[in-house]
Write a protein that binds this ligand. Structure first.
Ligand code: AMP
Length: 214
């Protein structure tokens, strides 16, 4: 079992890159944000526990995430290759992942950090739109839907996620700096870190990632 980790601030393009890389490798793309949004939608206990934290742009309690990842690995086969997009997000989650890796005989790494300056992060996050019905993602500048405000896939009306509202964006970036950015050092010390410039378009970023994980 192998677990490739994607690091990077909100808006760095982890999700977009992860979809592409997961297809190229191939690997299974695991977005904890998407799993939590699904849990909220379905009203599961994890979803109920997570909702207020997510709306505020704060981290959901570690136990919710660690249980979720533990269940995922338990249900997986030894030859699985995962691409984790959004987990771990602090040092205690990284330590828990290392423990799970021992238990499941999995290798953690490489950890790919997608690096983007704050100005560009703000531009990207502010323009994000999502489809509440099918989950498709769009961007007013870089990936506009064919008809403004309408999902290309299922024609539902697009929304701005609660956590993409301006005040919440600011808070998410602070949370990233305080809690998640230290993981860059964590994986650097472990010799697993690969830095990638995330300022280019989606194809350029995906190519750069493929280069460093080969
Ligand atoms: P994302 O789609 O990755 O930006 O995640 C959306 C939200 O889900 C985050 O702002 C957090 O509230 C929550 N979340 C996702 N992954 C984690 C994690 N590993 N630890 C804590 N909260 C998380």
């Amino acid at each position: 079992m192998q677990i490739i980790v994607f690091l990077g601030a909100p808006g760095a393009g982890k999700g977009t890159a992860a979809v592409r890389i997961a297809e190229k490798l191939p690997a299974k793309h695991i977005s904890t944000g998407a799993m939590l949004r699904e849990a909220v939608k379905n009203g599961t206990p994890a979803g109920l526990a997570a909702k207020s934290y997510m709306d505020a742009g704060s981290l959901v309690p570690d136990s919710v995430l660690i249980d979720m990842i533990g269940e995922l690995l338990t249900a997986s086969t030894p030859d699985s290759v995962f691409l984790f997009d959004g987990f771990p997000r602090n040092e205690s989650q990284a330590a828990a992942l290392d423990e799970l890796a021992v238990k499941f005989n999995a290798e953690v790494g490489p950890a790919v950090c997608i690096d983007v300056c704050e100005e560009l992060l703000l531009k990207r996050l502010g323009g994000r739109r999502v489809c509440p019905a099918c989950g498709a993602g769009f961007h007013v500048l870089s990936l506009p839907p064919k008809v403004e405000g309408v999902c290309d896939v299922c024609q539902a009306k697009l929304i701005t996620r609660a956590d993409d509202q301006p005040e919440t964006i600011k808070h998410r970036l602070e949370v990233y700096e305080e809690q998640t950015a230290p993981l860059i050092e964590w994986y650097k010390k472990a010799g697993k870190l690969r830095m990638v410039d995330g300022s280019g378009d989606a194809d350029a970023v995906a190519d750069a990632i493929m280069e460093v994980i080969r």
